[in-house]
Design a protein around this ligand. Sequence first.
Ligand code: SAH
Length: 229
Amino acid sequence: MIGIIGAMQEELNVILKEVKDLKEIKLRIRTFYTGTISGKEVVVVLAGIGKVNAGITTSILLENFDVTSVINIGVAGGQNGVSHKDIVISKEVLYHDFDVTKFGKYKIGQVPGMESLFYADNTLLELTKNAIEKLNIKYKIGKIATGDQFIYSKDSITKLNNEYDDVFAIEMEAAGIAHAATLYKVPFIILRSISDLIDDETQDNDFDKFLEEASKNAALVLKELIEVI
Ligand code: SAH
C-alpha cells in the first residue's frame, strides 16, 4: 500500500477527502487512516512538525503497515527561482542543520555512516514527472532541505547554498521521512508546494495566505501520481 505523510492537518485535508472506505486505526501515539484512492490502497498519517515527529511517524508507519512507497506532501519555503504554489519534487533530500563537517570528511547534512544525500526513488520520480505534466502547475526537480527551524533568511542556510545550487525547497520534515525510509529500504518521494519565499518581505504573511492553496496543489499532484503507481 501507499503511505502518505503530512506534517500539518491543512496539508492532508484535500487528500483525505479522496479516500474511499476510510477506516481509522489508532496505534498508541499516531492515528492512521486507511482506504483506497483510485482503487489503490493507501494509509494516511499526520506526523506533526519537525524532524523527530517525521522520523518516528515514518518508523511506526513502516513497522505496522505493508507500505511499498512513502510519499510526503506539504508546503515549504522556496528559493532559487521558484514561486508561490509551484511544486518541488525531490530528487534528493538532506538536512541543512546536521553538520559534522568539522571532521573534514563529511558534507553539510551528511549523517555519519550514511551517504551525503537521501535519494528519492527513480521510478516514483519519473511517474511524478509524467503525472504533473497533465496539470497546469509549475514545478522543479531538485533538492529539498530540512531543519528544525522556520527559515526566513538565506543567511541561516549559507553552508547549504554554498554546497548546492539546486535546493528549491526548505522545510522541516522531508529528511526525517527520507532518512527513515532509506533505513527501512522503502522507496520514497517528497512533493512540496511553495507557501513562502525565503528572504521575501511578505514571507510571514504568505505562509498563512498560501498554506491552503499550496497544500491543495501538492495533493493534486499526489492524486495524479496515485493513478499511475
Ligand atoms: N504555523 C504553524 C507552524 C508552521 S512551521 C503553527 O503555528 O503551528 C512551518 C511548516 O511548514 C513546517 O511543517 C515546514 O515543513 C513548512 N515550511 C513552510 N515554509 C517553511 C520555511 N520557510 N522554513 C521551514 N519550514 C517551512
